[in-house]
Design a binder for this molecule. Structure first.
Ligand SMILES: [Ca+2]
Ligand SMILES: [Ca+2]
Length: 324
């Protein structure tokens, strides 16, 4: 009898094991579903927060562009004007935003290295670039300036043209066109992220000038150089445009503009060493290209936006390029 009952007990045991296995599987599936739902919820929450931050950023940037358009003195641009004041805004939703508009023409535009109809200037665009590099601590700037000019100019006459880059692994071609952005410089011989952070040996650097503050990249073809704004340019840029011997002239400009914005170039050009006609094409008292940077924060979420914008003579502002 006992022998007959044994298979039934084994059967019950197997059923129990199967039930336990099934329960385990069901529990695992429920836990997996809950974790999945939680992850989905978090992802949706992150997407929702990112969308809210983007929306607030867009509104903030549009407000900043409106302040730029509302500039009541379009013939002169300086850093005491309302558009140039950085803003921090706390919204009732808990989102905080920081926004700043800067003058893209405070620096020397690298794309000036090739102009279709270059005017006679006190310093050629390549000399201005080399002067800036020297003032920032790079005492051997010739090769770098040559490499960038070859990269930008439309011809193939030079040491750093396509034939040079075709020897690289993998090979590539020189752009023979204006720079689209700072990032493109990574392809040009002699330029790197590290170079812009520290262009010279620390022991040799005798200036506080910073290359990214002295240079700018304004994409597009041009007949003549995009001028530097004398009201916003660092001293090193003004010196570089007029010539390395003109440091005192550049220093005087900084003192003058601290007292009041410079509304006309003429008296200053007369006071400079070089021929005023040769300085005029490189300088201006106003700007037409600006940068907008904004960041939005909420809890651990952040979002950033960068835009390059153009303002025409009527004050109309249009976006050249933006990155979010
Ligand atoms: Ca203005
Ligand atoms: Ca070329």
């Amino acid at each position: 009898m006992n022998d007959l009952r044994k298979p039934a007990a084994r059967k019950d045991g197997m059923v129990l094991v199967l039930v336990l296995v099934l329960l385990g599987l069901i529990t695992a599936l429920i836990v997996q579903a809950q974790v999945g739902a939680l992850l989905n919820l978090r992802m949706r929450d992150a997407e929702l927060q990112a969308a809210r931050l983007r929306e607030v950023l867009t509104t903030t940037v549009l407000d900043a562009l409106q302040r730029l358009a509302d500039d009541d003195l379009l013939s002169v641009d300086h850093l005491s004007e309302p558009w140039a004041q950085p803003l921090e805004i706390e919204y009732p939703s808990g989102i905080s935003v920081w926004v700043a508009v800067s003058d893209a023409q405070s620096g020397f535009d690298l794309n000036n290295l090739y102009c279709e109809k270059p005017p006679l200037t006190a310093q050629s665009p390549a000399e201005v670039l080399m002067n800036i590099m020297t003032l920032c601590g790079d005492y051997a700037p010739v090769e770098r300036a040559d490499a960038l000019r070859d990269w930008i100019d439309p011809d193939s006459d030079g040491f750093f043209e396509t034939a040079y880059y075709e020897r690289r692994e993998p090979p590539f071609q020189a752009a023979d066109s204006w720079l689209n952005s700072w990032h493109e410089l990574a392809f040009v011989q002699g330029y790197s992220y590290a170079y812009f952070l520290s262009p010279g040996q620390p022991s040799q650097v005798t200036t506080s000038a910073d290359l990214p503050d002295c240079l700018t990249v304004i994409p597009g073809r041009r007949a003549s150089p995009v001028p530097v704004n004398i009201n916003t340019a660092p001293r090193e840029v003004l010196t570089a445009v007029a010539g390395l011997a003109q440091e005192e002239w550049a220093r005087r400009i900084l003192v003058m503009r601290q007292a009041a914005p410079i509304i006309s170039l003429e008296p200053l050009l007369e006071a400079a060493g070089p021929d005023p006609d040769a300085l005029r094409p490189m300088l201006d008292v106003k700007s037409s290209v600006f940068c907008v940077k904004a960041s939005a924060f909420y809890d651990s979420h952040t979002a950033d936006i960068w835009a390059l914008v153009k303002r025409n003579e009527d004050g109309e502002v249009s976006i050249i390029r933006w990155v979010m």
